[in-house]
Ligand binder design. Structure first.
Ligand code: ZN
Length: 60
């Protein structure tokens, strides 16, 4: 599954964060909320994304 998240470093012409592919996603659970940490495929910057439990199961 390809995971995408907003990258705060990869900004568009309007200086807004853009959706980029997350590489090396690591899923964590805290208080029954799932999130993924990974790296931006474009700039290698750190990324963070909240996920549903179903999505977390797909990423593993
Ligand atoms: Zn980026």
């Amino acid at each position: 599954m390809e995971l995408k998240a907003l990258c705060m470093k990869c900004r568009d012409a309007n200086n807004k964060p853009t959706m980029q592919v997350m590489t090396e996603p690591k899923v964590t659970e805290k208080n029954a909320r799932f999130s993924a940490k990974g790296k931006c495929a474009k700039c290698s910057g750190n990324m963070f994304k909240f996920m549903s439990k179903d999505d977390a199961a797909k990423v593993g």
